[in-house]
Design a binder for this molecule. Structure first.
Ligand SMILES: [Zn+2]
Length: 207
């Protein structure tokens, strides 16, 4: 049974993006329905992991104390709606540092694969930017784009060249979760039908 994991970008996907960096708990504001959507994933048995480029750290615009305060707010607000994020993987570097973990590089995803001891093949990643989707795709994830945050630019035009061709587009995080859980339900039903058929074959009625 493959591990049930969903990887989400943070700014612009879970919470409001900012033209500057999101720097304080006050500036960390969840998008409508986002926390409840995470809780629904949890209730369906999925662990949720967050990935985020935080170049503001490398630039000295914020420090780990502020990051931790922001994440404490996120965890608390999530807990209030019955949701939970397992872990948050950050890239603290600036683009100039040319690290292996700033998305679109797949380093954060490699860290997740290592931590869970799994391949990320087929694990969905949802983000609002090309770099999130690309990084996940390189790591073998199933790429999903939201039209919130910086994704809003794709509302009225086709996706730019560079997006993996299999990228699926969703209005927002709640819409992704609706779609994703509906597909899982169909798959579970299909595999149950297949199992029942096998059982019926192995033990024919009246035998
Ligand atoms: Zn990095």
């Amino acid at each position: 049974m493959p591990i049930k994991l969903v990887i989400l970008d943070r700014d612009g996907t879970i919470n409001e993006a900012s033209d500057e960096f999101v720097k304080s708990p006050e500036e960390w504001r969840p998008l409508p329905g986002a926390l409840e959507a995470i809780a629904r994933l949890n209730h369906a048995g999925y662990q949720v992991v967050v990935v985020s480029n935080q170049a503001g750290l490398g630039r000295g615009l914020l420090d780990m104390v502020q990051i931790n305060a922001m994440h404490a707010k996120m965890h608390k607000m999530l807990a209030a709606v019955g949701g939970r994020v397992e872990a948050i993987f950050l890239c603290p570097h600036t683009p100039e540092e040319a690290c292996a973990c700033r998305m679109p590089a797949p380093g954060l995803f490699e860290q997740i694969a290592e931590r869970w001891g799994i391949s990320l093949a087929g694990v969905p990643v949802l983000g609002d930017q090309l770099c999130d989707v690309q990084a996940g795709s390189v790591a073998g994830c199933e790429p999903h784009l939201v039209l919130t945050g910086l994704g809003a630019q794709w509302r009225d035009q086709p996706l730019a060249v560079g997006f993996p061709p299999e990228t699926q587009v969703h209005q927002d995080l709640p819409a992704f979760v609706d779609d994703f859980l509906a597909k899982q339900a169909v798959q579970i039903k299909q595999s149950k039908v297949a199992k029942d058929a096998l059982k019926a074959k192995a033990a024919p009625a009246g035998a």
